[in-house]
Design a binder for this molecule. Structure first.
Ligand code: ZN
Length: 171
């Protein structure tokens, strides 16, 4: 288990489309363990593998608010059904630090995926869980939540993040 560096926007790796995993073995489980450590360390509720630079279709999540951890692992997730009714949630992203925006997404969705042991599962998600899984699945397609904003809002955020990065480089 290890905490990895989270890649932040702008970075073209985040725009890459992640590849399906052929089977869930030791290597994938190790990756999921590292992703979970990295996510908890950054106080996030979801993380996609590409956010630590690995272009595989793997997501980890934990939306439990209490002390008891409830990690969820999704390998090769596919949305098989979604509700036409939209829901608005304020979203943030570990790869878009300190930026938040209200985003509309289907309020419910049904997701098929492989779990930590490579077993096929189906999840009916609603509320925060539905928002989070859809946000994380966007990462697998190289999409960030700021892509849903107007061009102007998005460019302001990217400018801020670029400035943040250049400052960090000087230090
Ligand atoms: Zn994100």
């Amino acid at each position: 288990m290890a905490v990895k560096t989270i890649i932040t926007e702008p970075n073209k790796l985040l725009r890459q489309i992640s590849k399906p995993v052929e089977s869930v073995g030791k290597e994938e489980q190790q990756l999921m363990d590292d992703m979970l450590d990295t996510m908890y360390d950054a106080n996030g509720i979801g993380l996609a593998a590409i956010q630590i630079g690995v272009p595989k279709r793997i997501i980890v999540m934990d939306i439990s608010k209490d002390e008891k951890k409830e990690p969820k692992y999704f390998v090769n997730p596919v949305v098989v059904n979604k509700d036409p009714i939209k829901n608005t949630h304020e979203e943030g992203c570990l790869s878009v630090p300190e930026q938040f925006a209200e985003i509309d997404r289907p309020s419910k969705c049904e997701v098929e995926y492989l779990d930590y042991k490579g077993k096929k599962q189906i999840l009916m998600a609603d509320g925060l869980l539905a928002t989070c899984i859809q946000h994380e699945m966007d990462h697998l397609e190289g999409i960030l939540f700021i892509d849903y904003l107007s061009k102007l809002k998005k460019s302001i955020i990217i400018k801020k993040l670029s400035k943040l990065k250049s400052n960090t480089a000087i230090l």
